[in-house]
Each structure stands twice: as structure tokens, then as C-alpha cells.
Design a protein around this ligand. Structure first.
Ligand SMILES: NC(=O)C1=CN([C@@H]2O[C@H](COP(=O)(O)OP(=O)(O)OC[C@H]3O[C@@H](n4cnc5c(N)ncnc54)[C@H](OP(=O)(O)O)[C@@H]3O)[C@@H](O)[C@H]2O)C=CC1
Ligand SMILES: O=C(CO)COP(=O)(O)O
Length: 368
């Protein structure tokens, strides 16, 4: 992989719009503006846009962060979308299709689209770049990528050191995305494995729900380490089945984002899981939350996808049963612990390495 721009390099200012004025959209607008780009931030509610214009603070998401006057803020899609070089899509994953459909009149072949939304669309089981490519065919597929990795908005907005991954079907486009965002406290690597990066970044939210449930029930560090490690194994199995490079899961989009989301006090997914672990219902927790927990819809999507593809994802299955079928977290853990004895394989073991007596033969099947 080609090494790229040094941190001292200042990219030429580009015309960029960030769609979605939630926590992540707000933090990225700030970062891009401080990189010298001409930034527009689109909020879906007119009163939010008006409030930010007047006070330079987002009323709901990262309210303590001051947004410079150079950032244009609007709720008008046309004003936000027309004649831009780069669109950043920072809405929840389930909203990407509807947004893209509305944006269609202003899409053009020279546009770069960067999705930062992490999740799979429930209705189609597609990643967000697959949805964007389907709805906006005028934009060449190689110009639609992502920026993923361990990056809580609160820390990025506070200028704390953060490292992420830019990915797109074309390395040249991924490098353009890298250059757009690279900053002294925000280091961007390129990883050309788009499907791997998208699966890793989307499915880790399911495991963060599981990690939160473990915290809420009162389990300790051993259980958390097990969820992260075995969770990564099942994310990798799904990703590889979809054509991903296995090594992506050892990188920032994989283990990096999984660790931060399972451990961080900022994680909304971990929080939702923790509340459920304490005995509350999903409905109760979601009703009081303003922010999105992408792991909830993505659990439903991954559960179905894994079944369709015959990929074994026992932790995801347990999270699904807890969220949508009323299973108690302790019961789910009891069942996970009582599964048949296994080898610690990550990917299918070659059939010439026979397991010793007493260890499940299913270890050697291709379903893993
Ligand atoms: N927060 C973070 O640290 C990070 C988040 N992400 C990802 O970024 C995406 C956005 O998350 P984040 O900014 O944190 O979310 P927030 O919960 O902070 O904000 C959600 C934003 O999306 C808007 N929104 C909600 N529904 C729709 C819709 N149907 N159409 C258009 N806009 C909508 C909300 O508008 P309104 O206020 O009007 O409801 C709000 O501006 C998610 O996929 C998340 O996983 C990725 C990396 C880091
Ligand atoms: O993706 C994230 C950090 O990289 C944000 O995770 P949460 O949505 O759980 O807060």
C-alpha cells in the first residue's frame, strides 16, 4: 500500500458538504473546516440549522463545540448539494437510501461520496456504499467510499489523537479521501478492502451491544475480552464469506473499532446493551435516547445475512434473541458457554488437520 501525505501537508481547499448534523457530522464538519475546506453542514431540521447559524453551536449533538463561521449551515438540500466536489454521508445507515434519492438531481460523475454511516440496510442487507451506488448510478462506483475506524465524535471534536481508515474501490479515490481528512490529530490510513472495512465497521456495533449487556449484567473483564475476541472471529467469518481480506479485521476498521466501541464510555451501542443487561427493555432505552444506536437495526440485518450465507455467528444470534425475542442475557450467556467443545479456529481449518478425539468435527467444516 502506498504511503501517503505527511501530516504537515495542507490539502487544497475543496467544496465539501456533510449531510447529517448529528455528533459525527458535526465533528467531521469541524475537522474538514480546520483542514481548509469550504464546508457546508446539512441538518434535516430547519430549526437546527437556524440555531447553529445563530449561536455556532449544535443544540443537541456536541453542544459544547463551537463551529467556525466559515462552515455554512443549511437545511435546504439543493443549497447543500449543488456544485460540490465531495459529499459526506453522516446520517444513520437506515436513512441513507432516502437521502440519496433526494440528492439524485445534483449528483455528477466527478463527485466523490464518502459514507461514514456504519450499518447494513435491513431491507436489502446492503452496505451503505452499495446503497449509494445503486441509487446514484451517475457517480462512478470507484468514487464511492468510506471513512471508518475507531473514532468517537466527542474525542475527534476535542482534538484528541485518532486514527481511521479511508477505503474505496479505487486506491486513487481512497487516497483523495485520506488527503481530505488527514490532520495533525487525525491520521488516516488507506485500506483498499472496501467490503472488509464496511463489514467490520458495521458489525462491530452488534458486538458492542453484547459487550454492554455483559457490563450491565455485572460480568467482568474476562467476559469482555472473550466477546471482543470471539466477536472478531465471527465478524471476520462473515466478511471473508463476502470476499473481504482477512487481514482487514486485524486493522483499525476491525479490532480497532471493535475495541473502542466495546470499551468506551462514549459508545451509544455499548450503552444500550448495558441498559438491557440491567433489565430494561429495548423500547424503554430507545425511547429516552436522542442518538442512534446502529447496532440495533444492524443486528437484524446481520442475523438474516449470516443465516442466508450459512455463516456461524453465535454471539450475533444471542444478541438478536435478546433484542427481539425476549431472551434474558444470562440465559444467552449460559447457552453460549454450553456450546460444543471447539478448536479456536478463525477460518475454515484444512481437512488434513484432523481434530483429536472428543472435539467437534464441525470445526473442520466450511461453515466456519
Ligand atoms: N458518533 C460517533 O462517534 C460516530 C458515528 N458514526 C456513524 O455516523 C452515523 C451518524 O451517527 P451520529 O452522527 O453519531 O448520530 P447522532 O445520533 O448523533 O445524530 C443522528 C443524526 O442523523 C439525523 N437523522 C436521523 N434520522 C434521519 C433521517 N431519517 N434522515 C436524515 N437524517 C436523519 C439526525 O437528525 P435529527 O436531529 O433531526 O433527528 C441527526 O442529525 C451513524 O451511522 C454512526 O454509526 C461513525 C463514527 C463515529
Ligand atoms: O463508531 C463509533 C466509534 O468508532 C461510534 O460508536 P457508537 O455509535 O456506539 O457510539
Amino acid at each position: 500500500m502506498k504511503a501517503h501525505a505527511s501530516q504537515a501537508h495542507q490539502p487544497a481547499g475543496r467544496k465539501v458538504t456533510v449531510f447529517g448534523a448529528g455528533s459525527w457530522g458535526t465533528a467531521l464538519a469541524l475537522l474538514l473546516a480546520s483542514n481548509g475546506h469550504a464546508v457546508t453542514l446539512w441538518a434535516r431540521r430547519a430549526q437546527v440549522a437556524e440555531h447553529i447559524r445563530r449561536t455556532r453551536h449544535n443544540p443537541t449533538y456536541l453542544p459544547e463545540v463551537e463551529l467556525p463561521a466559515s462552515i455554512q449551515v443549511t437545511a435546504e438540500l439543493r443549497e447543500a448539494a449543488v456544485a460540490r466536489e465531495v459529499w459526506i454521508v453522516a446520517t444513520p445507515a437506515q436513512a441513507v437510501r432516502a437521502l440519496a434519492e433526494q440528492l439524485r438531481p445534483w449528483a455528477h460523475p466527478a463527485l466523490i461520496i464518502v459514507s461514514v454511516a456504519k450499518g447494513l440496510e435491513i431491507a436489502t442487507l446492503k452496505t451503505t456504499t452499495q446503497v449509494l451506488a445503486e441509487v446514484l448510478p451517475i457517480v462512478p462506483r470507484e468514487r464511492i467510499g468510506v471513512l471508518y475506524g475507531p473514532s468517537h465524535a466527542e474525542e475527534v471534536a476535542a482534538g484528541m489523537p485518532t486514527t481511521v481508515v479511508a477505503s474505496a474501490p479505487s486506491c486513487a479515490v481512497a487516497e483523495e479521501i485520506q488527503e481530505l481528512f488527514m490532520a495533525p490529530t487525525f491520521r488516516v490510513y488507506v485500506n483498499p478492502d472496501l467490503i472488509g472495512v464496511e463489514i467490520a465497521g458495521s458489525v462491530k456495533n452488534v458486538l458492542a451491544l453484547a459487550a454492554g449487556m455483559s457490563d450491565g449484567v455485572g460480568f467482568g473483564d474476562n467476559a469482555k475480552a472473550a466477546l471482543i475476541t470471539r466477536g472478531l472471529a465471527e465478524i471476520q467469518r462473515l466478511g471473508v464469506r463476502l470476499g473481504a481480506d482477512p487481514s482487514t479485521f486485524a486493522g483499525l476498521a476491525g479490532i480497532g473499532d471493535l475495541v473502542v466501541t466495546c470499551m468506551s464510555r462514549h459508545s451509544r451501542n455499548r450503552y444500550v446493551g448495558e441498559q438491557i443487561g440491567r433489565g430494561r427493555t429495548l423500547e424503554e432505552v430507545q425511547q429516552e435516547m436522542q442518538m442512534v444506536a446502529e447496532g440495533v437495526p444492524t443486528t437484524a440485518a446481520v442475523y438474516r445475512l449470516a443465516r442466508e450465507l450459512g455463516v456461524e455467528m453465535p454471539i450475533t444470534e444471542a444478541v438478536y434473541q435478546i433484542l427481539f425475542e425476549g431472551k434474558k442475557p444470562r440465559e444467552a450467556v449460559r447457552e453460549l458457554m454450553a456450546r460444543e467443545a471447539k478448536y479456536e479456529d478463525w477460518l475454515p481449518r484444512s481437512t488434513d488437520t484432523a481434530p483429536p478425539n472428543g472435539v467437534a468435527a464441525s470445526e473442520t467444516t466450511s461453515s466456519r
